[in-house]
Each structure stands twice: as structure tokens, then as C-alpha cells.
Design a protein around this ligand. Sequence first.
Ligand code: NAD
Length: 384
Amino acid sequence: MANFQINPQRLEQWVEQLWRCAGSELNEAQDTAKHLVLANLSGHDSHGVGMNDRYVASCLNHELRLNQQLSLVHDAGALFIADGQRGMGQSMARQAMDLGIERAKLHGHCIFGLRNSHHIGRIGHWAEMAAAKGLVAVHFTNAIGAPTMVAPFGGAQARFLTNPFTAAIPRNGQSPIIVDFATSAIAHGKVRVAYNKAVAVPDGCLIDAKGHPTNQPAVMFEADEQGAFGSLLTFGGHKGYGLAVVCELLGAALIGGESIHPAHFPQQYAIWNNMLVILIDPTRLGQAGYFSEELGRFIQWLESAALSEDSEMSPAQSSEAAAIAASLYPGRVLLPGEPEVAMRLARAKAIPIDDTTLAQLDRCASRIGDARGHSPGPLSQMKD
Ligand code: NAD
């Protein structure tokens, strides 16, 4: 358990202030702060405020560009491609989703691409935006910029990043179904945590530089005698691999974005995302009533499954969130999206920040202070 805990609103204010000091206009600073804090609230610390370290480095290195406006490079109404201008991903994706949702409401559906955006964080955030407007959403996303870290099935060398797949299905009066995961067996952030704590990772997540299975996170951070690193595996063997390939090709190549290969190799700090989004308004398919009823019947059937004896909510979630989930959804399996709902309740008053992340955030504030002459001050000194 981290020692440092902070109220979510205070944390959001601090992150907003950090980006105001860096030079973001108010909307961009607010989009960034809301998004990152909601990721922590949802239990996805790997995509929460800790990302500021990378974003600040990218910004100060003139990779991430602040205060960009989305540019439409192809506009055919219900089909469009927007260029994120290397801008702050939380602002670019919000602008693209606003336009996509507007078009989906107009036409009944919308398929769009967002390309050349700085890191857009937790993709579930964007899917939830669509679901809140009653839309079904499917997202295929690729990432480039960091050195490759996931091996193709059967390969011994990394060739791509953790390309997430995401989908949202709205439900009347209930939280939407949100499926949102990386196609790697384990998030890279979780391997780093294991490395820092000198503990093993579970079976089936990593191979060393020769392609042998290993539980040692060091293979990702310490080169072997030939100077080579290990790789993450995809989840579900060849199945996760296939989905990662689809995310790469549909999320980037199809929309004119950069897929990952040596011609597009790393910037120093930035992570770039490209994303294909499919939005469908169920009311315009003429099946809205049936869809809602049939969805209800299927969910009821799912929930009637007896719990397995060693059932647990998710290895990534806290025991407090598991207890909340057990009281919110007693005696039944969870639906995708429900762990995040429980986690938001568990963290509503305080978000834990681990010592490494806290030190990085303090460093972000001082780097921005040095570069811009203004800083929100160290987070570690903030009192609730
Ligand atoms: P994860 O392994 O924690 O899986 C999360 C998904 O599984 C959610 O849909 C959650 O509701 C569901 N889930 C978890 N436990 C469940 C249970 N017991 N029953 C039913 N459903 C359950 O996610 P991850 O792979 O660690 O990814 C974390 C985040 O990282 C995601 O939000 C993803 O979008 C983000 N990500 C972003 C990028 C990027 O380039 N921007 C890259 C990779 C991942």
C-alpha cells in the first residue's frame, strides 16, 4: 500500500496546474488532468497521472506539441480521418470523439480515424464517452514511439507495442459494458513494478532474448551478453497476436497513420497513438427495443453462472475494490467494465500514489518550473 494518498479533486487540480504552467490552454490542461485522474480512479495506474513524467519529457523535448486543433484530412460525413497534429492526446482524442459522436447521431453511424496523436491514455475513457451518448463503440489502437516490446506469436524478438482493443455497449439505466485491454499478456507498467520490487511475473507473460519462457522481469530492462532484451508475449497466444496485428493495421495503416517498423522508429520520449473508431447508434438500426431486451436476457444468463471457488475480481484490483464489487454485485460474475465501477467507489476519497511515481511527479513540477518559470510545486507537499 502506498503511503501517499490524495483526494482525486486535489490531484486533478495539481495536474491541471502542471499543464497550465507548461503552456497548455485551460481546456487542454483540464482534458489531460480529468483523463489521467480517471484512469487512476478506475484502477489503471499504468495509464494514470504517472504518465506525466513521459509527457513532460516529450513536451520539453519538442515532440509533444501543446494547444493543437484537430485537422480533418478526409471528410466524407459518416467517414472521416482527423490528424492529431502531434498534439496532447487527451485533447485530440476528446475533440475527435466529440466530432465522431455528433456525426454518429446525425447519420446513425460514424467510422473515423485519429492519427498522429500523442498518447491517448486509457482507451476505455473514449469508449465510455460514446456509451454515455447511447452509442456502441469499437476501437482499434496502435502505438509507436517506444522501443518495440511485444513478440509476434512464435517469435523471439519484439516487433510491436501493447496495441489495445476496446469496445463499449451502452445499457439502459446501468453502467455500460466496457471491454478495454492491451493485447500483451501483461501491461509493460506491471513488469516494471515487478522489476522494481524484484519479484517474478506470472507464467506466460515474458520470454528472454532467445525466446525461452521466463518469469524474470529483468529481461525487459537489462540487456543480455549480446546486448539483447526479452519480450512480452501477447495474451491468449496466437489469438491475442492476431488481434494485435488487426489493431496495428486497422488502427494505423488503414487511416494513413504510422504502423510500427524501422522507418517509423522511436522519437526520444513520445508515444504516439493512431486509432480507428466505429460508432453505431442502436436506435438507428431499427432494432433498439430488441437489442436492449436481448442484451438483458443474455446478461441475466451470464450472471446466473455459479462462481468458481477461487474466483477473484482481477489481479490488478485492490482488496477494498473487490469487497465493494462483492457488495455491488453479490454472488455473481462481473461484467466487463464493472471492476472499474467498483474501483471508482473504492478510490472516491483517496488515490494512492506509490513512492516512485510521487518522486517522478515532483520531478515533473521542478522540470516545468525550470523550463517555464512557473510550477504547481511538488505534489508530495500537497495536503488534503
Ligand atoms: P486489464 O488486463 O486490467 O483488463 C481490463 C479489462 O478487463 C476491462 O474491460 C475490465 O472491465 C475487464 N475485467 C477485469 N477483471 C474482470 C473480471 N473479473 N470480470 C470481467 N471483466 C473484467 O487491462 P490492461 O490490459 O492492463 O490495460 C489497461 C489499460 O491500458 C486499458 O485502459 C488500455 O486502454 C490501456 N492501454 C493503452 C495503450 C495506449 O497505447 N494508449 C496501450 C495499452 C493499454
